[in-house]
Design a protein around this ligand. Structure first.
Ligand code: UD1
Length: 423
């Protein structure tokens, strides 16, 4: 199994470019099920989750091809096979990535039926899909759960007025995807407002859909008979950007992330400012500088967008181990998302967890250790901790990291980190 070997402490300094957002790419790839015409997506990061989604789409009859483009980035061309494909998303392909459930809405809307394995358990919490299913039922689908599969049928979906009980991100996206090919108008309430939802709406509109309100709690979708191909650049990955900015702060560094959208990171940038980092922003880049000795404690409560992202909680928690005073981190989105804490404590951090609260007393000098990644963002937290620790840190199971960070070691090396991938 591959590991990261990190020699600390390092000071991250320099310029790094943001990749496209993994969480915008996955629903964008699923949108290719809505048409036989080609979709050209630029900025899709070459991360494991994107490859998993492509494998699933290939199974469902969509051909994906990576194309090199002039500026050194990549584009992804997706093209349906024509005709009715297999309408089953099997367990083997779904179990490694919960976002596979995003094929349910498009398949059902376009072909009138779908059989999608229930996503497996997840390390960070229960993560039900009840709202995906309730929304599709409100659009007229008959849904049964059999042998671990969601079996959904509808001669044709119809528009409806549906209020999500919780603003789920992939739930909002699944329903939006389905509603683009439903009869009539669908009004979704209490929607997720994440930038990735707005990005998907932008793509769907480029394909000929009519969607209003994406980015607000109420989204209205007017169904169409069919959708066309389109070209779309996925939004920059705010979580990746945030991770490098926290990396600057935790190492007393000076990092500029190009291609970053500060308006998507207001909650993190406010928190970084409060811990004592200097934040500069322009339309397309963000720079963070800090002095390690000057870091101050800061409480954080995670919340759906525009609140502080749960996907940056672990990284921020690593940061406040280096800040003077007690920081309290409250995780409200997922019920089991402090698995990085025991590993951080093994490196010398002082953190106690009580339910959804983690109390962090700092600053503590971290020491290199062998640690184990448990999920995607927890892995990023351990890498950041390794960068500011004295000595060698070995982060095991970095396949979690590879799910969502594109070329992380080379980006970190370009900022001066001593990190390598070893077996
Ligand atoms: C997405 C992101 C993930 C991020 C999360 C929260 C993708 C591919 N993944 O995951 O990186 O951590 O948003 O920002 O975009 N819930 C229900 N019923 C449902 C669905 C969700 O109760 O039908 C609950 C979940 O248990 C959780 C909360 O809603 O407590 C948020 O989950 P959700 O927004 O659905 O997360 P994902 O879309 O899976």
């Amino acid at each position: 199994m591959e590991k990261f070997l990190i020699e600390g402490p390092s000071r991250l300094a320099g310029v790094v470019r943001a990749s496209g957002a993994k969480n915008a790419s996955l629903p964008a790839v699923a949108a290719s099920l809505l048409t036989d015409e080609p979709l050209l997506l630029s900025g899709v990061p070459r991360v494991r989750d994107a490859h998993t989604m492509l494998a699933l789409l290939a199974h469902l009859g969509v051909d994906g091809k990576w194309l090199d483009v002039v500026d050194g980035g990549t584009s992804l061309e997706l093209r349906g096979c024509g005709g009715t494909p297999t309408l089953t998303a099997p367990y083997e392909l779904v179990k490694t990535m919960r976002a596979s459930i995003l094929v349910l809405g498009p398949l059902l809307a376009r072909y009138g039926q779908a059989r999608v394995s229930l996503p497996g358990g997840c390390a960070i919490g229960v993560r039900p899909i009840d709202q995906h299913l309730a929304g599709l039922s409100a659009m007229g689908a008959e849904i049964e759960l059999e042998h671990g599969y969601v079996e959904a049928r509808a001669r044709r979906l119809h528009g409806c007025d549906f209020e999500l009980s919780t603003p789920t991100v992939t739930g909002t996206e699944n329903l939006m995807l389905a509603a683009t090919l439903a009869d009539g108008t669908t009004r979704l309430r209490n929607c997720a407002r994440e930038p990735e939802v707005s990005d998907l709406a932008e793509l769907l509109c480029a394909m000929g859909a009519r969607i209003e309100g994406a980015g607000t709690p109420t989204i209205e979708i007017e169904g169409r008979q069919s959708l066309a191909g389109a070209s779309h650049a996925v939004v920059p990955d705010r979580i990746e950007v945030g991770t490098y900015l926290v990396g600057a702060a935790i190492t007393g560094g000076d990092v500029t992330v190009e291609g970053a959208r500060y308006e998507h990171l207001e909650a993190l940038l406010g928190a970084l400012h409060d811990v004592g980092a200097e934040v500069q922003r322009t339309a397309r880049e963000i720079r963070v500088r800090s002095e390690r000795d000057a870091l101050r404690c800061r409480d954080v409560v995670t919340a759906p967008y525009p609140g502080f992202p749960t996907d940056l909680q672990a990284q921020f928690l690593a940061l406040v181990t280096q800040a003077g005073g007690r920081s309290t981190i409250c995780e409200t989105v997922f019920e089991n998302r402090f698995q990085h804490v025991p590993e951080l404590c093994r490196m010398g951090a002082s953190v106690t967890v009580d339910g959804s609260y983690a109390r962090v007393d700092g600053p503590r000098q971290l020491e290199g250790a062998n640690v184990m990644a448990t999920d995607l963002r927890a892995s990023a937290c351990l890498v950041l901790a390794g960068l500011c620790a004295q000595g060698t840190t070995k982060v095991d199971r970095i396949y979690h990291l590879d799910r969502g960070y594109e070329r992380m070691e080379s980006k970190l090396q370009s900022l001066g980190a001593r990190v390598e991938r070893v077996r």
